[in-house]
Design a protein around this ligand. Sequence first.
Ligand code: GTP
Ligand code: SPV
Ligand code: MN
Length: 596
Amino acid sequence: MNAVTPLHQDAPATGTRLRALQDWVDEVAALTRPDAIHWCDGSQSEYAALLAGMQADGTLLPLNPSTHPGCWLHRSDPDDVARVEHLTFVCTRERDDAGPNNHWLAPAEAHAKIDALFEGCMRGRTMYVVPYCMGPVDSPFARCGVEITDSPYVAANMRIMTRMGAAALARIEREGLQAGGAGADPTFVKGLHSLGELDPGRRFIMHFPEELSIKSYGSGYGGNALLGKKCHALRIASWQARQEGWLAEHMLIVGVENPRGETHYIAAAFPSACGKTNLAMLIPPEGYREAGWKVWTVGDDIAWMHPGEDGRLWAINPEAGFFGVAPGTSAKSNPNALATIARDTIFTNVAVTDDNQPWWEGLDDRVPALDWRGRRYDPANGPAAHPNARFTVSAKQCPSYSPRAEDPRGVPISAIVFGGRRATLVPLVFEARDWTHGVLVGAAMASETTAAAAGQVGVVRRDPMAMKPFCGYHFGDYFAHWLSFDRSGARLPRVFHVNWFRKDADGKFLWPGFGENLRVLEWIIGRVEGRAGAIETPIGRVPNVRDLDFSGACVSAAAMEALFAVDSDGWQREYEEIGGFFDSLGDRVPPELRMR
Ligand code: GTP
Ligand code: SPV
Ligand code: MN
């Protein structure tokens, strides 16, 4: 390997002419007392130096270079493997503005509590100043932030997940100076992060939407530590989006090209670990491929959508990489993901084979040598890979990455799809009657919990629009904001709901899922184009089985019937539960949703 210049040996010009940023960095350094400060420029050589430093101290282990060039394994602290919703706070001046859907602390109290942890916490460590841009740097919809962190793992992951470095800093400086430069009105999001002691008892993820700031202490895990992602691009951005008239959503964006060469873009909100990455990278099943169907990946986790002059919603993916779930990813389920992560990828908490290749449950039938904690693999210890093991990889490596993904204007959205993990009741697909009903369908979503968040797995909970952990303000106000897009001149997307996760009495999935999901998208697009028929039911419109080509999907007639059945008694109970949920949110829930 080439010798890598360590960071700081010939440190690049540091600091900024933007007063508001420089003052904040100085203030943070005075509080946290780092040994050194490094301003990230995003260069390849800087990335190489970050990796070399982490290899030297064991934070990263190299994986087999002949099968996985440029790939690394990170084993996290075993108590730091997922988001921690019970330690995540939205700290608005008024408690009600955060809503019953968020944990809340008064801003002054929250700052005092977490600053006490930050005091002196970077002694002996390097502080990285990480300027980043969410969205293409030349997009009017993109927004910038700066994350200060003492974790080189976070700095390296931020380089993969965002447009990080010099170009972002240049935009931050330009926008800051245009606004006066003093920082009275913040023009970028300030995120402060420290690994701290990785002690779950000294861990908080705090958001101050009114100050455009985030403070995160005590975790190195993606959603808690890569602050551009859930903290900025959803919790803070959803707050800004409401004030400015746009939407920041937990949605994939996928382009589906039909045999006539027309592409429809679909945005879909599924809760964590419920299939966004997989749908975004779908490979058309046999027959569809030959007929000329193609699928283009724009984003796999977050969408920022703005009403355009033409009345349509235009979406950008604010991210530049994928932080994807490893378990279940295979050549059969998601070949695009597998091709994407064949090189230059950081794996976190996967197992390894005896020849040091990354491995996880569902990949293939090899038996791993070491589990995610580095122990000899023993099934008695549970799964070899942690169920929330993840890969971090640049979106540019994805074979289906859309040429439109870097378009500063974004892509026009034809359909919005909500979905959850529901073993019973909820049919494979249905369509909402209109926008208001669509908002109700999204607001009423529920899903079984997954390993993406600490806590019990497999419990059904209400997760409106897959935003339960991510909406930075009161859900009642959020639903009202969604309803407000239905105004004169709007050409809104049609709204659908899907469920890939129905099970039979033996607990087996009724629907094959993955590539076969294109059959459902075909119906959705048929509805958008006014070609496909539907049957009215009390919950919305379901396909007329005549309109579906499920011949190749190998689904039995009995399974088909179950997948499309609408069980009135079951839905009656569901509506009662939804009503109770809305009651629990209080009187900010728009009455329009109650009348339905
Ligand atoms: P986050 O990154 O946490 O937001 O998750 P995600 O929504 O991107 O979920 P992802 O696509 O990574 O899928 C999570 C798990 O669901 C993986 O184990 C997948 O194999 C599984 N999965 C995805 N799509 C399907 C499907 O259509 N059917 C079934 N049965 N499982 C699926
Ligand atoms: C999720 O949990 O929805 C994820 C992973 O996409 S994290 O970045 O940790 O939020
Ligand atoms: Mn997610």
